[in-house]
Write a protein that binds this ligand. Structure first.
Ligand SMILES: Nc1ncnc2c1ncn2[C@@H]1O[C@H](COP(=O)(O)OP(=O)(O)OP(=O)(O)O)[C@@H](O)[C@H]1O
Ligand SMILES: [Mg+2]
Length: 511
C-alpha cells in the first residue's frame, strides 16, 4: 500500500521575467529515494526551495502537504521543524570554522542560548561515525576535501532529526569513489526508513538508487517513472523532449605542430612549503588537439592548471612554459592571458564569475579590448557580443542583463565558458567544464570544444568523468599524486587502462 509523505500540487513560481515553475506536481512516498531530473534551468532547485521554505508561503502558488498536513512555511526553520532538510547545490559550510561548529551553527545544541561545546563535539563525533567520516570534529572545513565536506553536510542534516532529506546535486563535485560512498550511505538511510529526494545530472547514479524518477522540463512536470521503467535513454528523451542518438559529437581531428608545452613543472603547497604538490610534470599540446588530464580527486590536476595560469596556486613554482615554441611568462594571470592562455575554472563561485553582476559584463570581462574603441567600452558592441555568446552556449536567462548569481547552476557554467571563448585564447584549459551540466548541454559544450579544435586551438580538459575524457580526447594524460603516471592515445584509452596507470603509479611511489 502506498503511503504518501509529500505532495506538492500545482506549484507555480515566478521571478521577474521568468516563470520558473508552472503547475508542478510532485508526489513522494515514505521511504523511497525519489529522483528529480531535468535540464539546466528546468526548475529543480527552485522547486526544492519552495518545499523547504527558502521561498516562503505567499511567494508561490499551489499547495504542499507533508505527512497529510498542509504546510505554509515562512522560512527554512519551519520546514526543518517538520524534518524536511535540504542540502543545497552550492555547499554552505563556513571554511574557517571547525566541522563541529559548522554542524551546529544555527541548530542550537544550546541550553539558555549557550552552546555546550563538549556536548556538541561528542554529538558531532557520533554523527560523523554515522556517515562514515573519520575526522576530528575540531578540524577546519577548509582543510578537508569536497567529498568530506559533503559528508559533513549530511551529518549536519542528521543532527536535525530528518524525515525527508533533499540533496541537490550532491555528487556534482565528487570523485567516483566519494560519489559511490555517498550513494551507499543514502541506500543505508533508506533501509532505516528515511525518505530522500535526489537531484542529479548523473543519470547512471539516478538509475542505480532511485525508486522513482520525476522529470521536469521548462518548469513543468513531464512524468514520474517507476523503477522498472527507468533507463538512461528514456530519461534523456523525456528531459530534452527528443531522442539523442549520441552523447558525443563526432569530429575529424586535424592535428598540427606543438602549440603549448610545460617542462619540469614543480609546485609546493602554499602553506606547507615542504609538501611538493606537483612533481616535475612534462606535457605538451598540439594545434587542433583535445588532450585530457585524468586522475583521482586530489591528484593535483587543478593545482597544476592554476599554477601554470598566473601562479594562481602554489609556492616555489619552477619549470618552463612554451607557447608556439617560445618561452612564455605566465607568472601573473594578466601575463598568462597575454601569452594566449585561458583557464576556465572548476570553481565558478570563487574564481570564475562575478555573481552580483549580469551576464553581459561577465562574458566580456576577460577581453575588454574586444569590445572597446579607443580604450572606451562600446556598449552596443558589448551587448552584441554578450547576446552572440549567450546564443552560442545556449544560456537560459531572461536576457543578458540577468544577474549571474540568479542563474541555475549549469547556466552559470555556460557563462564561464562564454567568457573564455570570447577571450579567444590559443590554448584553453577547461577544468571540469561540464560539472553540473545536463546531458543535452554537455553535447553542446563538446561541439564547441570540437569547433575550437577545428580552428587550430589547443584544448586541455581536466575532468573527473572518465567517459567524458574517453568521448572527446585525442590523447589522455593520467595524473596521480602530482606526477604523470601514464599517457594514452584516445583510441586506445579505456577506464580500465586509466585506473591501471593510477594504481601502477601508486605502487611505484610506494616502492
Ligand atoms: N533568484 C532568482 N531570480 C531570478 N531568476 C531565477 C532565480 N532563481 C532561479 N531563477 C530562474 O529560474 C529558472 C529555474 O532555475 P533552477 O535553479 O530552479 O534550475 P535547475 O533545474 O536547478 O537547473 P540546474 O540543473 O542548472 O541547477 C531558471 O531560468 C533561473 O534562471
Ligand atoms: Mg539547480
Amino acid at each position: 500500500m502506498s503511503d504518501t509523505i509529500l505532495e506538492m500540487r500545482d506549484i507555480t513560481k515566478t521571478f521577474p521575467g521568468v516563470k520558473a515553475l508552472s503547475n508542478v506536481n510532485l508526489n513522494v512516498e515514505r521511504g523511497e529515494i525519489h529522483a528529480i531530473v531535468g535540464e539546466n534551468g528546468a526548475g529543480k532547485s527552485t522547486l526544492m526551495k519552495v518545499l523547504s521554505g527558502v521561498y516562503p508561503f505567499g511567494s508561490y502558488s499551489g499547495d504542499i502537504q507533508f505527512e497529510g498536513k498542509e504546510c505554509r512555511f515562512n522560512g527554512i526553520h519551519d520546514s526543518e521543524k517538520l524534518g524536511i532538510v535540504i542540502i543545497h547545490q552550492e555547499l554552505a559550510l563556513v571554511p574557517m570554522l571547525s566541522i563541529a561548529e559548522n554542524m551546529f551553527l544555527g541548530n542550537e545544541q544550546a541550553r539558555l542560548g549557550i552552546i555546550d561545546w563538549d556536548v556538541a563535539r561528542r554529538r558531532a563525533k557520533e554523527l560523523l561515525r554515522k556517515v562514515g567520516l573519520r575526522e576530528d570534529p575540531d578540524t577546519l572545513i577548509t582543510n578537508i576535501g569536497t567529498g568530506k565536506q559533503q559528508l559533513v553536510e549530511i551529518a549536519k542534516a542528521l543532527a536535525k532529526d530528518v524525515k525527508l532529506l533533499i540533496l541537490d546535486e550532491p555528487t556534482a563535485s565528487l570523485s567516483e569513489k566519494d560519489s559511490q560512498a555517498l550513494l551507499d550511505l543514502l541506500l543505508e538511510f533508506k533501509k532505516q526508513g528515511m525518505t530522500a529526494i535526489l537531484i542529479s545530472h548523473k543519470l547512471n547514479e539516478v538509475k542505480k538508487v532511485a525508486d522513482r524518477v520525476t522529470v521536469i522540463r521548462d518548469g513543468q512536470t513531464i512524468e514520474t517513472m517507476d523503477r522498472e521503467d527507468v533507463t538512461e535513454d528514456r530519461i534523456i528523451t523525456s528531459m530534452v523532449g527528443r531522442t539523442m542518438e549520441d552523447r558525443y559529437p563526432s569530429r575529424e581531428p586535424k592535428i598540427g605542430e606543438t602549440i603549448f608545452e610545460v617542462k619540469d613543472w614543480s609546485v609546493y603547497h602554499p602553506l606547507h612549503p615542504d609538501r611538493q604538490i606537483i612533481k616535475g610534470i612534462n606535457l605538451h599540446l598540439k594545434k587542433g588537439e583535445v588532450v585530457g588530464i585524468a586522475g583521482l580527486m586530489g591528484a593535483g590536476r587543478t593545482e597544476f592548471a592554476m599554477s601554470v595560469f598566473g601562479r594562481a596556486y602554489g609556492a616555489n613554482v619552477t619549470g618552463e612554459v612554451y607557447v608556439h615554441g617560445k618561452r612564455a611568462d605566465t607568472a601573473t594571470v594578466g601575463k598568462a592571458v597575454a601569452a594566449g592562455l585561458a583557464y576556465a575554472t572548476e570553481d565558478r563561485k570563487t574564481y570564475g564569475l562575478n555573481l552580483i553582476d549580469h551576464i553581459k559584463h561577465n562574458v566580456t570581462i576577460a577581453n575588454l579590448p574586444g569590445v572597446s574603441r579607443s580604450g572606451v567600452i562600446d556598449d552596443m558592441g558589448e551587448l552584441k557580443v554578450a547576446n552572440e555568446y549567450r546564443k552560442k552556449t545556449n544560456i537560459r536567462s531572461s536576457s543578458v542583463y540577468q544577474i549571474t548569481g540568479n542563474l541555475s547552476g549549469g547556466n552559470q557554467q555556460k557563462v564561464v565558458l562564454s567568457k573564455w571563448l570570447f577571450a579567444n585564447p590559443d590554448v584553453l584549459i577547461l577544468d571540469e567544464p561540464t560539472r553540473g551540466i545536463d546531458v543535452g548541454a554537455k553535447y553542446e559544450i563538446y561541439a564547441i570544444i570540437n569547433k575550437l579544435a577545428g580552428e587550430g586551438k589547443g584544448i586541455l580538459v581536466i575532468s573527473s568523468e572518465m567517459p567524458e575524457l574517453l568521448g572527446i580526447c585525442d590523447r589522455i594524460y593520467v595524473l596521480n599524486e602530482g606526477r604523470i603516471v601514464g599517457e594514452l592515445a584516445g583510441h586506445e584509452a579505456s577506464q580500465e587502462k586509466i585506473m591501471r596507470a593510477i594504481v601502477r603509479g601508486e605502487e611505484k611511489a610506494a616502492s
